[in-house]
Design a protein around this ligand. Structure first.
Ligand SMILES: [Zn+2]
Length: 257
């Protein structure tokens, strides 16, 4: 059985001491690839360096919406420069966030648009973060879709409602579920997952955050993606192997792995 963790922050300092052991544990449970996701220009550089060191890893480069406000004038230029490296399979994470108030919303929109434009230009996937900003995210994606057609993108760690998920599917996006799917009070999210077509599903950990049940509260790591995949299998009423096969195939298709 093969699993691909499509979203982990392995440049996080919580992995500084034991990343090789973390990767070994992932391999032991069948994780064949991990995409380490950048949040800032320096983290884009670090993610690329990690991908160069570990054959299991591919990288994204980009500036996360909550970090846009602190980005210096040269930071976007650096992302653009790094983006064409062959280990870079995606841009992001980008998107919109109304939960935190670190970055003025107009600046978030500006950077989201930049990531979308760059991704089309250099043919990379886009990793989209959306927190309490579903309507605005769909609005921007739709404007982009109407001008250019389907985008290669994923709604990462999806927590929205069915209407949002369907709007994204219609525009060609993938829907990725993280540890929240396994939480006791997440019945509504599991109901959304149940409606998603198998050929658009991805799984991820968002390590080191939001570890799934039964390791909730611990530091999250890519090996734990199997718990989310197992939950998704239960939701879809099929064996874990089926979810593993579909989500891995989808990840390869989206990111060109
Ligand atoms: Zn993330």
């Amino acid at each position: 059985m093969e699993l691909i963790d499509t979203h982990a922050h392995l440049d996080d300092e919580k992995f500084a001491a034991d990343l090789p052991a973390v990767l070994d544990r992932a391999v032991e449970v069948g994780v064949s690839q991990i995409i380490t996701i950048a949040t800032t220009a320096p983290s884009s550089q670090t993610s690329l360096e990690l991908a160069a060191r570990h054959p299991l890893l591919r990288a994204s480069v980009g500036i996360q919406p909550n970090h846009v406000a602190q980005a210096g004038p040269g930071d976007w230029d650096q992302v653009v420069k790094l983006a064409e490296h062959p280990s870079v399979v995606a841009l992001g994470e980008t998107g919109l966030d109304r939960y935190w108030d670190y970055t003025p919303f107009a600046a978030q929109e500006d950077y989201f648009a930049r990531h979308l434009e760059l991704a089309r230009r250099i043919q990379r996937a886009v990793v989209i973060h959306c927190r309490e900003a579903e309507a605005d995210t769909v609005r921007m994606l739709r404007a982009d879709f109407e001008r250019h057609g389907p985008v290669r993108a994923v709604m990462h760690s999806f927590t929205g409602d069915l209407a949002t998920a369907r709007a994204c599917l219609e525009m060609g996006l993938y829907i990725s579920f993280a540890g929240m799917l396994t939480y006791k009070n997440a019945q509504a999210l599991r109901a959304v997952a149940a409606e998603m077509p198998l050929d658009r599903l991805l799984v991820e950990t968002d390590s080191p955050y939001l570890a799934p049940v039964p390791v909730r509260g611990q530091r999250n790591e890519p090996a734990h993606v199997r718990h989310t995949a197992a939950c998704l299998a239960e939701v879809k009423g099929g064996p874990l192997e089926m979810i593993a096969e579909w989500t891995s195939r989808n990840a390869r298709e989206l990111f060109g792995l």
